[in-house]
Design a protein around this ligand. Structure first.
Ligand code: SAM
Length: 216
């Protein structure tokens, strides 16, 4: 059972800037996404669950075209405020807004070259992932790419031990883990062609990285 949205919003309103302390295991997955997401050819990027805007700044600073635009969406008002402050140096090119990405998103069909989401699908339940992916499919341009990173189950001694310990805590106190648990992204990607899939591990924490396009 995943946490209800109101609980998730309350957690991330409280966590705020401390979310960035997860960079010790997230950065290796973000680097993998950057290496395979062909961001240098994207003109419009949308992020689901943008958090503090940390990944947005990485993309805007070093990987996106100078005129490319970025929009981040997040359920938490605190996260949107933090991302908005962080994106200020990029002016009108980069914005953040409050939205629940499991509900219809206010944007036109085919508006985005990349839809990015890191460490969000591991909070959502199956129906919510389906709803977010359905919006992603609608919003992606014909050559657009979906770029995902999520917590995943580990294999090998240390990653497996970490996964089992995480699972045990999640069962009794999911809020302590930000509502995140390991998911298998490909299980949710029927109707998508996976162009790149990798598992990355940092100090026992396992993440899965996927770049996919909708089957048309
Ligand atoms: C684990 S944090 C990851 C943040 C950021 N992507 C990162 O990798 O650091 C999950 C983020 O997703 C947001 N979130 C959770 N459920 C959401 C939903 N249904 N719609 C939009 N954002 C959501 C949370 O508020 C939080 O900022």
């Amino acid at each position: 059972m995943t946490l209800p949205r109101a609980a998730v919003r309350a957690i991330y309103d409280r966590v705020g800037a401390r979310q960035d302390s997860q960079s010790w295991y997230e950065d290796v997955a973000l680097a993998e996404l950057i290496a395979h997401g062909r961001f240098e050819t994207a003109e419009t990027v949308l992020e689901f669950g943008c958090g503090t805007g940390r990944f947005a700044v990485m993309l805007l600073d070093a990987h996106l075209l100078p005129h490319a635009t970025y929009r981040g969406l997040d359920l938490s008002g605190t996260m949107v405020d933090l991302a908005t402050q962080r994106l200020r140096p990029f002016g009108g090119r980069a914005t953040a807004a409050r939205a629940d990405v499991t509900e219809p998103i206010d944007a036109s069909d085919g508006a985005y070259d990349r839809i990015v989401s890191t460490y969000l699908f591991d909070i959502l339940n199956g129906d919510e992932i389906r709803a977010a992916l359905s919006e992603a499919r609608r919003l992606l341009a014909p050559d657009g790419l979906l770029c995902l990173a999520s917590l995943s189950r580990g294999s090998g001694l240390l990653p497996r031990a970490v996964s089992l310990a995480w699972q045990a805590v999640y069962r009794v106190a999911p809020a302590r883990l930000g509502g995140c648990r390991a998911v298998r992204l490909p299980d949710h990607l029927d109707g998508w062609t996976i162009e790149h899939r990798a598992t990355v591990v940092r100090r026992g924490m396992t993440s899965e990285v996927i770049v996919a396009r909708p089957c048309r």
